[in-house]
Design a protein around this ligand. Structure first.
Ligand SMILES: C[S@@+](CC[C@H](N)C(=O)[O-])C[C@H]1O[C@@H](n2cnc3c(N)ncnc32)[C@H](O)[C@@H]1O
Length: 270
């Protein structure tokens, strides 16, 4: 950093911005005083740093993120590892994947990019109910020149072309899974993110379980014979996801903890 940039960092720190974040803001906006001032005000008002910067790393990709989409989480990076492991076990040259509730595109686009790095030419269908999220995900696909993706506006599987039934090798999903009651007690940063990305109705007497229940119930008919569902869920959802898998007729299912030791990722095979 130049002396002038160091000076800007110091000014931000004096104004109340945490030093590491002040450096990031100066790296991003240091050559534009008006943009830097605006960024400082947004951050000091409590807006998440990721939205203020307008982009955030997720695995190998730098994703554009704004208030239209959920900020991609570290535990979701772990879900991508699980999905890559599952695909490697099926060992297909050109898998067909479905990303349900794609948001910024974090999961599906990462899979496309990392599979391409391994010489696997996958195709992706990315669904979201939010047109705003789809626009954001589209821009991330363009940014990373990921072309083998089709974006579909849909309420989960409802508008998906019926000809795709039984065709997917992998379905990945990080659906909303926070219950209304739980949401009220969570970090205020979540108030900046789209509520529809976070909060789900209760089901089976379990908070925030309705979308997960629907995805587990409807996935089998869209998976191919060796297809696998990899789904992120809340800490309190383990028993309910495993029961839902039995009800949906999945042949095999396992549930894994995240690196923090919380129940987090379901893997279910047809
Ligand atoms: C928790 S966010 C996950 C975003 C992204 N996949 C990620 O992991 O960062 C859930 C996403 O599901 C979408 N969504 C919520 N309800 C939906 C529905 N009924 N059908 C399709 N997408 C839905 C939201 O718009 C949001 O983008």
């Amino acid at each position: 950093m130049t002396d002038a940039e160091q000076q800007l960092v110091t000014e931000l720190v004096i104004a109340g911005v945490e030093r590491r974040e002040a450096r990031w803001l100066v790296e991003e906006f240091g050559d534009d005083p008006v943009a830097l001032e605006l960024a400082k005000r947004r951050r000091l008002r409590g807006e998440p740093l990721q939205y203020v910067l307008g982009h955030w790393p997720f695995r190998t990709l730098d994703l554009a993120v704004d208030s239209r989409v959920l900020i991609p989480r570290p535990e979701t990076e772990e879900l991508v590892d699980v999905a890559l492991h599952e695909l490697a076990a099926i060992d297909l040259a050109a898998p067909l994947m479905l990303d349900l509730g794609c948001g910024s595109g974090a999961i599906g686009l990462s899979l496309l990019a990392e599979l391409a790095d391994r010489g696997v030419h996958a195709s992706l269908v990315a669904i979201d109910k939010s047109p705003d999220a789809l626009a954001n995900a589209r821009s991330n696909a363009v940014k990373h020149t990921l072309h083998s993706v089709t974006f579909v506006s849909s309420d989960w599987f409802a508008s998906l072309d019926r000809s795709l039934r039984g065709r997917f090798d992998l379905i990945v999903a990080n659906p909303p899974y926070v219950g209304n009651d739980e949401f009220a007690g969570l970090d205020e940063v979540l108030g900046y993110e789209p509520r529809t990305a976070l909060v789900a109705r209760d089901a089976r007497g379990v908070g925030g379980f309705a979308d997960i229940e629907r995805i587990i119930a409807e996935s089998p008919e869209w998976l191919g014979p060796r297809g696998v569902l990899v789904l992120e869920h809340g800490e309190a959802h383990r028993n309910a996801v495993l029961r839902a898998c039995v009800d949906a007729g999945f042949r095999e299912h396992h549930d894994f903890d995240d690196l923090a030791g919380h129940p987090r990722v379901l893997v279910a095979r047809r």
